[in-house]
Design a protein around this ligand. Structure first.
Ligand SMILES: *[C@@H]1O[C@H](CO)[C@@H](O)[C@H](O)[C@H]1NC(C)=O
Ligand SMILES: *[C@@H]1O[C@H](CO)[C@@H](O)[C@H](O)[C@H]1NC(C)=O
Ligand SMILES: *[C@@H]1O[C@H](CO)[C@@H](O)[C@H](O)[C@H]1NC(C)=O
Ligand SMILES: *[C@@H]1O[C@H](CO)[C@@H](O)[C@H](O)[C@H]1NC(C)=O
Ligand SMILES: *[C@@H]1O[C@H](CO)[C@@H](O)[C@H](O)[C@H]1NC(C)=O
Length: 411
């Protein structure tokens, strides 16, 4: 891949993007859905039901356990919070589960230095059957969210037609803008149209949405992670160029901390999502998460790579017969992130390669820092052979940066 071309594309798409100044790097935070779903049984399961109490608990954890300070600032509500509409047609939350209202929750979240995200659905109902935002309600609901000082809206697409979505998503973007309150806009629109042209116009999406779900919902299994990854890789020539500051592809939430992934698989999802410049929305119980999973999610070098200001989405650059794949994301200051990913199911594999094989052809000498172990590999020239040992369904991830230029040794 030509770095110059990638940079040019990034600049071109940036010029056309949704102009609300938000999410110039991919968002990080917590989203309720994957772990807590539509559990509304606060009688039997008060600690885990969708309620203001659950969100306040997660807000406390985000603020107190290092998450916020590492960049996980969004606390996002998903489906099943709505109680109905009042006499004037304004959305109201479920009175039993959100007795103090959403504005109160937003104030609480803001007092901790966090941001609040909310969920609605463009259509007759939300996916779980709560009142949706029909076309005639778009402006009213945008005003409600702004009045509550909500910071992000995820707008789902159940119970609507393609034509209604084609009108409704741009209409909501305009309505959010008209409130004057900055609200990041997450669109599920392309996922409902199959994620591909001609049904999906990614140029238009980048003008309307800050992030968008392209594909199926993630579920708590490695199989699900692979099916999402496979789809994004299969269509990377289409998807990679449309991401950039303010507008991101969203392969859905991180499963880390839940039940479906091994330690290696958790490290892999984190590394791959980071290289894809994907939003990092955890969806796990932050009250009980293990130190090992916290280390994966709070890895400072990982987050530095994720938040790289160029905002270039990476891609798979190599697929070996050995079932090792190499992913690369170009970063600022001539650095890059490399992920060596094993699809093997036997044993740790000794993968030998060189930067030349990965198309780094320059006179530079590089150094690599292993993102998970911290080990430094120095003196890498393009022809230097190196070996990385990659565990089954695991990764080795490198932060690679030039140290000196052989052609100008005096520098
Ligand atoms: C939404 O509701 C209207 C009015 O009941 C109905 O005509 C329309 O078919 C519904 N749309 C969808 C996509 O279910
Ligand atoms: C609304 O859009 C204009 C440009 O089209 C932008 O300058 C402004 O910041 C936006 N405002 C909000 C609140 O998104
Ligand atoms: C996609 O949307 C862009 C921006 O609105 C528009 O200029 C372009 O014509 C659209 N492309 C297609 C194939 O419809
Ligand atoms: C290296 O570049 C060649 C020629 O452009 C291309 O065919 C090949 O796929 C590239 N390999 C990698 C690993 O990027
Ligand atoms: C690197 O390995 C390749 C293939 O094993 C070999 O042909 C080449 O000579 C090695 N290069 C160096 C610089 O050792």
């Amino acid at each position: 891949m030509q770095l110059k071309t990638v940079l040019l594309l990034a600049l071109v798409t940036q010029g056309l993007a949704l102009d609300n100044g938000l999410l110039l790097t991919p968002p990080m935070g917590w989203l309720a859905w994957e772990r807590f779903r539509c559990n509304i049984d606060c009688e039997e399961d008060p600690k885990n039901c969708i309620s203001e109490w659950l969100f306040m608990e997660m807000a406390d954890r985000l603020a107190q356990d290092g998450w916020r300070d590492r960049g996980y600032t969004y606390l996002n509500i998903d489906d099943c919070w709505i109680g109905g509409r009042d006499d004037e047609g304004n959305l109201v939350p479920d009175a039993k589960r959100f007795p103090h209202g959403i504005a109160y929750l937003a104030d609480y979240v803001h007092s901790l230095g966090l941001k609040l995200g909310i969920y609605e659905d463009l259509g007759n109902y939300t996916c779980m059957g709560y009142p949706g935002t029909t076309l005639d309600r778009v402006v009213q609901d945008a005003r409600t969210f702004a009045r509550w000082k909500v910071d992000m809206l995820k707008l789902d697409g159940c119970f609507s037609t393609p034509l209604e979505r084609a009108h409704g998503y741009p209409k909501m973007a305009a309505a959010l803008n008209a409130t004057g309150h900055p609200i990041a806009f997450s669109c599920s629109w392309p996922a409902y149209e199959g994620g591909l042209p001609p049904q999906v116009n990614y140029t238009l999406l980048a003008e309307v949405c800050n992030l968008w779900r392209n594909y199926d919902d993630i579920q708590d299994s490695w199989r699900s992670v692979l099916s999402v990854l496979d789809w994004f890789v299969e269509h990377q020539d289409l998807l990679q160029p449309v991401a950039g500051p303010g507008h991101w592809n969203d392969p859905d939430m991180l499963l880390i901390g839940n039940f479906g992934l091994s330690f290696e698989e958790a490290q892999s999802q984190m590394a791959l999502w980071t290289v894809l410049a994907a939003p990092l929305f955890m969806s796990t119980d932050l009250r009980t998460i293990s130190p090992r999973d916290m280390d994966i999610l709070q890895n400072p070098l990982m987050i530095k790579i994720h938040q790289d200001p160029l905002g270039i989405q990476g891609r798979r650059i190599l697929k070996e017969k050995s079932h090792i794949e190499v992913y690369m994301r170009p970063l600022s200051s001539g650095a890059s992130a490399l992920v060596f990913f094993s699809r093997r199911t036997d044993m740790p594999y000794r993968y030998q390669s060189s930067l030349a094989r990965l198309n780094f052809t320059s006179s530079l000498v590089y150094e690599a820092q292993n993102v998970y172990t911290g080990d430094i590999i120095s003196g890498l020239r393009d022809e230097t052979n190196f070996t990385v040992v990659v565990n089954p369904s695991g990764v080795v991830m490198w932060y690679l940066y030039p140290t000196k230029d052989l052609e100008t040794p005096w520098q």
